[in-house]
Design a binder for this molecule. Structure first.
Ligand code: SF4
Ligand code: SF4
Length: 419
């Protein structure tokens, strides 16, 4: 095996400040990782040194299979904006130095937004970083769990960061953690994000039963996504992009999942810590998922190691019986292994299973109609012309009910006409 080039492409997310963060969101799963680095205390201890940065950039580029045209560097944390911009300038220089001819390299930075002042925003815009900003909805919903070290809500600081990004013309998307509180307000959350200027939305469910009361239930998750879907599909297809819906349209069209969580196997999304240690996945930064260190080991070898292969295949191999016979397995893949927490025959079932099932069931007729629109060379937003209510929808519908095609008209005057 060539030890420098992997057989298939993979993603490696970087944690250049380890778990260090300037705020204390109650649900953060990464703050506790500090315990994995005993003796390290301050910012300097947790800053990725230059030799690790250079080796990371170089190995990540060199280990991609031949013909790789695009490569994204994702900077996450902790809070990566705790680092000076000169750190990222060095990263860009290394990227230029080691890029293969014709390879397009991009950068994405995930931030809580608080340190994104005008200078930062301008810099991110100039260097074409895609900035992900974490925001959980309007003030009261956001402040519930996203707090500073003194326990105060961070909403106004985050919004100031967002405004700076917009003013600088920086490309950004929003990442919204869905917890037990904002899950009850899907339309409010969606409309708020839209009015804040977000055209690319990601929703991440919090699943931590037994630890806290913040966990979103499967029913809440299903209701949340379905209501967001209805709001989006009614007016915003092609104008606002919701990561899960993009992925689902692709899956219905027969493409592989664009999100690891619904791919057939895991293993293609590793994480590198500030000290160069590489782990199976951002959600599996545990000693038993340690693959090696970038300074000593070949990244391609780590990506293809038996440990990582087993980790990746485990997602499919450990599917419980319910998933194996589920009509939606192709869309779902059983979900992220970190959320497989429920005892079930044949394995562990995803905590969000009932919610996902409700989403697949509810959205299927719409995605099918979008597919038919695309096949007719029309935009997906023209789905209504091709919409056929599902048998379940028909069974529930009264003639005076709103038409399920989301036109806002009554069923009898829309898709229920003379049918
Ligand atoms: S464990 Fe979850 S987050 Fe990690 S690669 Fe698998 S699906 Fe993705
Ligand atoms: S919807 Fe539930 S049963 Fe079906 S594949 Fe997903 S987790 Fe498994």
């Amino acid at each position: 095996m060539n030890s420098k080039t992997a057989r298939r492409s993979f993603h490696l997310m970087a944690k250049p400040t380890g778990p260090l963060c300037n705020i204390r969101c109650e649900y953060c799963f990464y703050l506790s990782k500090e315990a994995m680095f005993p003796g390290k205390k301050n910012r300097a201890d947790f800053t990725m040194p230059d030799n690790v940065l250079e080796k990371y950039v170089r190995s990540y580029i060199e280990s991609q299979p031949p013909g790789t045209r695009e490569l994204m560097f994702s900077w996450q944390g902790g809070e990566p904006s705790l680092l000076p911009r000169s750190f990222f300038e060095k990263a860009l220089q290394f990227q230029q130095r080691y890029a293969r001819p014709g390879m397009q390299i991009s950068n994405a930075l995930q931030t809580n937004g608080i340190r994104i002042n005008r200078e930062w925003a301008q810099w991110l815009s100039e260097h074409k970083f895609l900035t992900g900003i974490s925001i959980d909805g309007p003030e009261e919903l956001h402040n519930r769990y996203r707090k500073d070290r003194q326990g105060r809500g961070t909403f106004s600081q985050v919004m100031a960061g967002l405004e700076n990004l917009k003013a600088a013309g920086a490309e950004f998307n929003t990442l919204t953690v869905v917890q037990n509180h904002n899950a009850e307000h899907p339309r409010r959350v969606y409309n708020f994000l839209k009015s804040a200027g977000s055209q690319f939305m990601q929703f991440i469910p919090i699943v931590e039963p037994g630890i806290g009361k913040r966990t979103v239930s499967a029913q809440q998750w299903g209701r949340f996504l379905n209501e967001v879907f209805d709001t989006w599909a009614a007016a915003d297809i092609g104008r606002v992009f919701v990561q899960h819906f993009d992925m689902l349209l692709g899956l219905h069209a027969g493409y592989p999942s664009s999100l690891c969580t619904h791919a057939v196997t895991c293993g293609n999304a590793m994480a590198i810590e500030h000290d160069g240690s590489v782990f199976s996945c951002d959600h599996f930064v545990f000693p038993e998922n340690y693959l090696g260190n970038i300074l000593d080991d070949s990244l391609a070898d780590m990506a293809e190691s038996p440990l990582q292969q087993r980790f990746g295949a485990g997602k499919k191999d450990k599917l419980p019986l319910k998933c194996q016979s589920c009509a939606y397995l192709k869309l779902c893949g059983g979900g992220c292994p970190k959320n497989r927490l429920l005892d079930a025959p044949g394995g562990k079932l995803n905590w969000l299973c009932d919610g996902w099932y409700a989403v697949y069931e509810h959205t299927e007729p719409y995605f099918q109609a979008m597919m038919r629109a695309l096949q007719a060379r029309l935009p997906a937003s023209e789905f209504r012309r091709f919409f056929i209510p599902s048998p379940a929808q028909k069974a529930r519908l009264g003639r005076n009910d709103p038409c399920p095609c989301l036109s806002g008209r009554k069923y009898k005057a829309c898709h229920g006409q003379s049918r």
